[in-house]
Design a protein around this ligand. Structure first.
Ligand code: GLN
Length: 271
C-alpha cells in the first residue's frame, strides 16, 4: 500500500504546513504502530491500508492543534505511562527534575505528600522509585479519577484523596512536593491552543500574579512538615525571586534548581 518512509514524509509535510513541529510525525507513527521511536527514521516497511489510514487520521487531528497526549490519551513521564484527559494538566518533561530531586531527600518509610496531584504523575513516579508512604490530593474530583487510574495502571502504592490545598491533609510529612497552578490569570488566555484548550484552567491559573498558591503553601507549611522536613515546589521560569521572597519569613534555607532547559524550575525549602 505505502511504505513507512514515504508516509513519514507526507506526515511531516502536513504537520509543517499546519505550523506544527514535524517531529510529532514520529510520535504519531510510534504510538500508532507500537514501535520504538528510534526504529522509524529510514524504515521502509510496508504498511497495511488500515495502518496508513490510522496514521493519516491522527496527523489530521494533530494539524488541528490537538495535542498528541489528547489524541492517544496517554503521556510518558519519568519513564512511566500515564492516562490523561482534559481534566488534568498533561505531565511535562520540565517537571521530571522535581521527582528526581525529591527522591534524593526521601529515606525509607518517609511520609510524602503531593499537593495538587492532578494526574498523579509526581506521586506515582516517586512511589515507584522509593519505599515511602506517598499521598496525593487535589481539589478536582475529575482529576482524582485520573490520578486513581494512574496509580492502578502503574501498580503504585499511593493514597489519593480530595482536598482543597491542605484542608483535608492529616498529620505531618518528611517531604512535601507540589506543582501548583502558577500562570498569571491574564497570561492563561494567551497560552498555546494545546495548553489552554486541553489543560484545565484550574491547574494553570495561579491568580493575578501567578503566586497565590505559593503564598497559601507558605502560610500553612509549618503545620505540615516534620522537623527537618523538605518542601519542593515547581515554579515558573521567571518566578524564582518572587517565590523565594514569599518563603523568606518561614524558610531557614532555600535552594533553586534548574531544569534541563536551564530554567529555574524547582525551589527547595527547609523550615
Ligand atoms: N508548566 C506549565 C505550563 O507552562 C504550567 C504548570 C503549572 O501552572 N503548574 O503550561
Amino acid at each position: 500500500m505505502c511504505r513507512l518512509n514515504i508516509l513519514r514524509k507526507i506526515a511531516k509535510n502536513r504537520l509543517a504546513l499546519a505550523g506544527i513541529d514535524d517531529k510529532d510525525a514520529d510520535y504519531i507513527i510510534s504510538y500508532t504502530l507500537n514501535i520504538p521511536i528510534t526504529d522509524i527514521a529510514f524504515n521502509s516497511m510496508d504498511l497495511t491500508k488500515k495502518q496508513y489510514k490510522d496514521i493519516i487520521k491522527k496527523v489530521k487531528l494533530r494539524c488541528k492543534h490537538i495535542p498528541i497526549t489528547e489524541i492517544f490519551k496517554k503521556a510518558y513521564f519519568y519513564g512511566l505511562e500515564f492516562v490523561v484527559n482534559k481534566n488534568v494538566l498533561t505531565p511535562r518533561a520540565d517537571s521530571e527534575i522535581l521527582v528526581e530531586k525529591s527522591i534524593e531527600y526521601i529515606k525509607p518509610n518517609f511520609r510524602v505528600l503531593d499537593l495538587c496531584t492532578g494526574s498523579g504523575c509526581l506521586a506515582v513516579s516517586i512511589a515507584k522509585n522509593v519505599k515511602a508512604y506517598v499521598e496525593g490530593c487535589d481539589i478536582s474530583g475529575k482529576a482524582l479519577k485520573v490520578a486513581k487510574k494512574n496509580v492502578k495502571l502503574n501498580k503504585a502504592d499511593v493514597e489519593i484523596y480530595q482536598s482543597n490545598m491542605f484542608e483535608k491533609v492529616q498529620g505531618r510529612f518528611n517531604v512535601i512536593v507540589s506543582n501548583p497552578p502558577y500562570i498569571e490569570t491574564e497570561v492563561v488566555k494567551d497560552l498555546d491552543i494545546e495548553v489552554k484548550e486541553y489543560d484545565p484552567v484550574l491547574a494553570l491559573d495561579g491568580g493575578k500574579d501567578g503566586l497565590d498558591f505559593y503564598r497559601e503553601i507558605a502560610n500553612n507549611i509549618k503545620n505540615y512538615l516534620l522537623d527537618d522536613g523538605v518542601l519542593l515546589l515547581e515554579i515558573g521560569y521567571n518566578q524564582a525571586e518572587s517565590v523565594k521572597d514569599i518563603f523568606k519569613d518561614v524558610a531557614k534555607e532555600v535552594e533553586l534548581i534548574k531544569d534541563y532547559n536551564n530554567n529555574d524550575r524547582v525551589i527547595v525549602v527547609r523550615i
